[in-house]
Design a protein around this ligand. Structure first.
Ligand code: ZN
Length: 346
């Protein structure tokens, strides 16, 4: 709940402190009233395990993360209601990068604007049709925001407006740049010409979040494509092998797309038994869980499990879960025996 609201609004610091104190009370007293008399301070408990804590998160410290997440949502989900509302009713023509931080803006919007200096290090833009990325302020070349190199006179020297998008610097599919008259302009032009000029027929520009010091949003499971929700579930060769490997044992040709797969399971009731549909649902949920867990393990702990390891883990998870289902009356086969009848371990 805290995460949900924090993704949308700036919440008062006192709110985070209160939730932290509720968590402390729950940990020490199994209640919500007070953690008075606790032997270890909440700050120490929230330290990482290797520093002697329990590795819990202190919500107050997460406030910046929530602010970054809001800002990231604004860039990465341009069609969301919040993004469109901010663009059309708050930022107007100045856009996110140029609007002044004034008291008339809400504290939520100001909290996003305050992060502007941090963003070039964390976010970059992959140019598609060039209609969204800011030419001067977004990081879309290898040298970061061009305004930082060109300075305030840059827009005049390069004859590109300060509020221009990347597409504005092209004409008929090529870069439209005047002769470079200074070292900085030369650096900028070299960086720009290394990038394919945008074309109106391309996909929209895409914002990427930094994953490691030198990688932006590459899929950690297959390392061959950008990680998107659509790619992970289940366009990715790693995750689709798991999902399709298990699901196809119950019904042939499972689709390699999350939404299509969900619809396929729902429509399966005409073709296969109710118990088999239940099995498919369980395989679907468990695959998503394990793929997501594996993705996080690779990013946050640098520990990776092979595809066959995930196969075994999924098999184990399914057996454990199915064991808890009783046989369907009267004395029909249990879901577990149905699973054993369908699935042959590799
Ligand atoms: Zn992948």
């Amino acid at each position: 709940m805290v995460n949900f609201w924090s993704a949308v609004f700036v919440l008062p610091k006192a709110f985070y402190a209160k939730v932290d104190s509720l968590c402390a009370a729950f940990l020490w007293k199994n209640g919500t009233s007070s953690a008075r008399g606790s032997r270890v301070s909440w700050i120490d408990i929230c330290k990482p395990k290797y520093e002697g804590g329990l590795g819990l998160r202190q919500l107050e410290e997460f406030e910046t993360v929530f602010r970054l997440k809001r800002t990231w949502s604004f860039f990465s989900e341009p069609k969301s209601l919040l993004s469109r509302w901010l663009k059309n009713h708050i930022f107007y023509r100045n856009g996110f990068w140029q609007i002044h931080e004034s008291p008339r803006l809400s504290s939520t919007v100001r909290s996003m604007l305050q992060l502007r200096p941090m963003l070039p290090d964390l976010m970059r833009c992959d140019i598609g049709n060039g209609k969204v990325a800011s030419f001067w302020f977004d990081s879309w070349t290898d040298i970061g925001p061009l305004i930082e190199i060109a300075g305030d006179s840059g827009p005049r020297s390069l004859r590109v407006r300060k509020s221009a998008v990347v597409l504005d610097a092209t004409s008929s599919g090529s870069w439209r740049l005047p002769a470079a008259r200074s070292q900085q302009m030369q650096t900028i032009q070299i960086a720009i010409t290394a990038i394919q000029p945008p074309e109106a027929s391309n996909e929209p520009d895409r914002f990427l979040w930094r994953r490691t010091p030198d990688s932006f949003a590459e899929c950690v499971l297959c390392s061959t494509a950008l990680e998107t929700h659509h790619h992970l579930f289940f366009e990715c060769s790693f995750s689709s092998a798991i999902w399709q490997g298990f699901a196809s044992q119950i019904r042939a040709h499972p689709p390699a797309d999350l939404h299509a797969a969900a619809a396929w399971i729902l429509s399966s009731s005409n073709r296969i038994s109710r118990e088999e549909v239940t099995l498919l649902k369980l395989i679907f949920q468990s695959t998503i869980y394990l793929v997501w867990k594996e993705r996080n393990a690779r990013i946050f702990t640098s520990v990776s499990t092979s595809s066959s390891g995930i196969h075994l883990a999924l098999d184990r998870l399914l057996r454990d879960r199915l064991l808890s289902f009783p046989a369907s009356p009267p004395a029909g086969p249990s879901l577990l025996s149905l699973y054993f009848a369908s699935y042959r371990p590799p």
